[in-house]
Design a protein around this ligand. Sequence first.
Ligand code: CA
Length: 253
Amino acid sequence: MSRKIRFTRKAVAATAAVVAVAMGGTTTAAQAAVSVKVIDYPNFDSGPDLSLRGVASLVKPANKPTVLRLVKNKNHTTGAAWAAPKINPTKPFVASFVALSQGGAVHGDGIAFVFQGAGNKALGWDGGGMGYSGIKPSLAVEFDTYKNPYDINANHVAIVTGGNAEVQTVSATAPVNLVGKEYRGTVIYDPATKNLRVFVSAASVAGYGTQVINRTIDLAKAVGTGPVNVGFTSANGTHYGVQDIISWTMVAG
Ligand SMILES: [Ca+2]
């Protein structure tokens, strides 16, 4: 299922309200801050406004909507895609996307959902660098499918600041297999509490699925007070695969 976050143009006061909106809930007029659906790609058919770097491209599979293909089936390739709208790291947000990683028994490195202050031409390193390593300042949420020596396994989620995949703030095993089937990743941030949460589910399951990371981390300290670029990166190394983003929505305060 390509879950579409619903948005109502009502004022909201806190992340909880933003989350409520994203979950299809309602808000009250007494709530003060404004919530805006800044990114809305149920698919990539309609000319998405993205800065594509490296080998990233828009591809239309047969009988399916257009996908954002970050890397192709080729070794030592790197791709990135940055949305035109920038994000204010001092405001709350809910970002949700569906991805499909494909490859053989040993495959490419996965994808990263990245906030960064280096601009929309940024592109990081291949292989275990996952397309974001080397980009500073940055905060990456990895959906990592290749076990490097510094990784816990070949199917994990991790948060990395400072553009160095070898130094992870936190990592946790993903609750679903991140290769071969579409999965949904959801990242929710509350600047009031500095609470960053990451959820993962099979794309066929409604809702956010399983919370895999719940961490206090200051996004504005990690990437600057912004506005900053937001997008996806991916890479192949010696082993390789195809890494697609199927859909992407983001509601920000
Ligand atoms: Ca890795």
